[in-house]
Ligand binder design. Structure first.
Ligand SMILES: [Zn+2]
Ligand SMILES: [Zn+2]
Length: 126
């Protein structure tokens, strides 16, 4: 993707709407942290004060572009990798290609690393 072609304003850091730029969630009752952020911090039910904002990760600022890039491009990339590999295996398998075993080895290694990456990094999100 050509970064320069995109509108520069996308790179501006915006004050986080959820915590109003403070980095601390005060959306709950009496300035306590809200349920969503409590959940993000892996806390059970109850009132917590001064929790790190779950929306911006406690930074107080959100970079919408980077956020979208990391949260949308990565899954799409790995999904297309997975489907591409499966497609290659099927293609070479049906064609009876002499390189089938090489392709199969390559693809299963690739799939293994993609799956391994997701299971080790985001065990709850994947
Ligand atoms: Zn919150
Ligand atoms: Zn925030």
């Amino acid at each position: 993707m050509e970064m320069d072609e995109l509108d520069r304003s996308h790179y501006t850091l915006h004050a986080c709407a959820h915590c109003k730029g403070t980095g601390t969630c005060t959306s709950g009752p009496d300035g306590a942290s809200c349920m969503v952020c409590a959940k993000r911090n892996e806390l059970k039910k109850g009132l917590y004060h001064g929790l790190a904002c779950g929306t911006c990760g406690g930074l107080g600022k959100t970079d919408t572009m980077t956020y979208r890039m990391t949260h949308r491009t990565q899954p799409i990339l790995s999904i297309s990798l997975v489907f591409g590999s499966i497609g290659l295996i099927l293609l070479f398998g049906f064609a009876g290609s002499p390189y089938f075993h090489e392709v199969l080895t390559f693809c299963t290694t690739l799939l293994g690393s993609v799956i391994g990456y997701y299971f080790s990094k985001n065990p709850k999100q994947s």
